[in-house]
Design a protein around this ligand. Structure first.
Ligand code: PMP
Ligand code: GLN
Length: 392
């Protein structure tokens, strides 16, 4: 069984046939079964700041437990606006341009449902986060794939332009990029922006790793490029930045007309997000700059630790500049197929990882790679590396 291709399921609509069970579910189950160190699914093994948890508890206790405003509690919409201003210099009006969603996942789903007609085409960059193509399919739209080629994973103008047709509605961008760890440069983003302006396209910009950039790299929201704010839907969430992936607090930022459309879909997908968690993330987004610096420094340290260890084991490591994932080439260790490798790993070595072909249509482009997550404490990374050493 391939991760994204599965046998025809009797009750499932044709739109969703072939999407199978997510690779995260499969690999985390394997990790549990074999008591493996889980460097697969991207969730921290540590808690986010106590002050944020306390804010959620106090909201729960003070009775913020009924349905709330469909597009977000006022304090969170306002906090998202302040955050966009403080870090990226972008002004968004909290009441008409910001929508709180159930994680970035629902933000993306609502956006795609709202903006794509049946048959519209959406350009996605492969390897892609796995929900993109399923959301596009559920909307009756069609994906057009641009392959980011290993090991550079660059956006090239000529090749990207070839994915655009008269039916293209949107380009779905993700920077910093899961799973490659690329932080796209201003020049690469300008390639996307130029196409969007010339072909009158929307850019859906998934920025959930906006704060996880290293080596002095800079995350550039595409909405900051000339003429782009008006055609960009920025999607982000609190999961990675504050280490509460299970809370699923996300948001979209887009001009009023786009936001109006997104809210129309959002109100029928989930209606509203849990108020206590919204209240807590409103506090989180206002944490002082030092919190965000420390987050980056700690992650840079974890990245260096894991990358060095993987190199010592014998992998060819593609050092990421952003996110909390690293791709490593398995060929120097005598392996050629990522799925085989990742299915062997939990039982034989006691470590779980993700086979990147789950994020590719063109499986050959990613078969030689494996993805490890470094959102783990150093002792866990160390134990993972100690076990992986058996491979060498
Ligand atoms: N986009 C990307 C690129 C991701 O890696 C993830 C995984 N967490 C998401 C979106 C989903 O974010 P959330 O958990 O906020 O729904
Ligand atoms: N974003 C996480 C990852 O890429 C997983 C999210 C999920 O499990 N759906 O590992």
């Amino acid at each position: 069984m391939q991760p994204t291709v599965s046998a025809r399921l009797p009750h499932l609509t044709s739109r969703l046939q072939g999407f199978g069970t997510t690779i995260f579910t499969e690999m985390t189950l394997l990790a549990q079964k074999y008591d493996a160190i889980n460097l697969g699914q991207g969730f921290p093994n540590f808690e986010g700041p106590e002050v944020i948890r306390e804010a959620a508890v106090s909201a729960l206790r003070s009775g913020e437990n009924q349905y709330c405003r469909m597009y977000g509690i006022p304090t969170l919409n306002a906090a998202v606006a302040r955050h966009q201003q403080r870090f990226w210099g972008l002004e968004y009006e909290p009441e008409t341009e910001i929508t709180v969603t159930s994680g970035a996942t629902e933000g993306l789903a609502a956006t795609i449902q709202a903006l794509c007609e049946t048959g519209d085409e959406v350009v996605v960059f492969e390897p892609f986060y796995d929900s993109y193509r399923a959301c596009i399919a559920m909307a009756g739209a069609v994906d057009r794939i641009y392959t980011l080629e290993a090991p550079e994973f660059r956006i090239e103008a000529e090749r990207l332009e070839k994915t655009i047709t008269a039916k293209t509605r949107a380009i779905l961008l993700n920077t910093p990029h899961n799973p490659t760890g690329r932080v796209f440069t201003a020049a690469e983003l300008e390639v996307v922006a130029d196409l969007a302006r010339r072909h009158d396209l929307i850019v859906i910009s998934d920025e959930v790793y906006e704060h996880l950039v290293y080596d002095g790299e800079e995350h550039i929201p595409i909405a900051t490029l000339p003429g782009m704010r008006q055609r960009t839907v920025a999607v982000s969430s609190a999961g990675k930045t504050f280490s509460f992936t299970g809370w699923k607090v996300g948001w979209t930022c887009a001009p009023p007309a786009l936001t109006h459309a997104i809210r129309t879909a959002h109100q029928f997908l989930t209606f509203c997000m849990s108020p206590p968690f919204q209240a807590a993330i409103a506090v989180a987004l206002d944490l002082e700059d030092e919190f965000f610096e420390q987050l980056r420094n700690e992650y840079a340290h974890r990245r260096d630790f894991l990358c060095k260890g993987l190199e010592d084991v014998g992998f060819d490591v593609l050092t990421p500049r952003g996110t909390y994932f690293v791709l490593a080439d398995i060929r120097p260790l005598g392996w050629t197929d990522d799925v085989e490798f990742c299915r062997m790993l939990p039982a034989e070595v006691g470590v779980a990882a993700i086979p990147p072909t789950a994020f590719y249509v063109d499986k050959d482009a990613g078969r030689h790679l494996v993805r490890f997550a470094f959102c783990k404490t150093l002792d866990v990374l160390e134990e993972g590396l100690r076990r992986l050493d058996r491979l060498g």
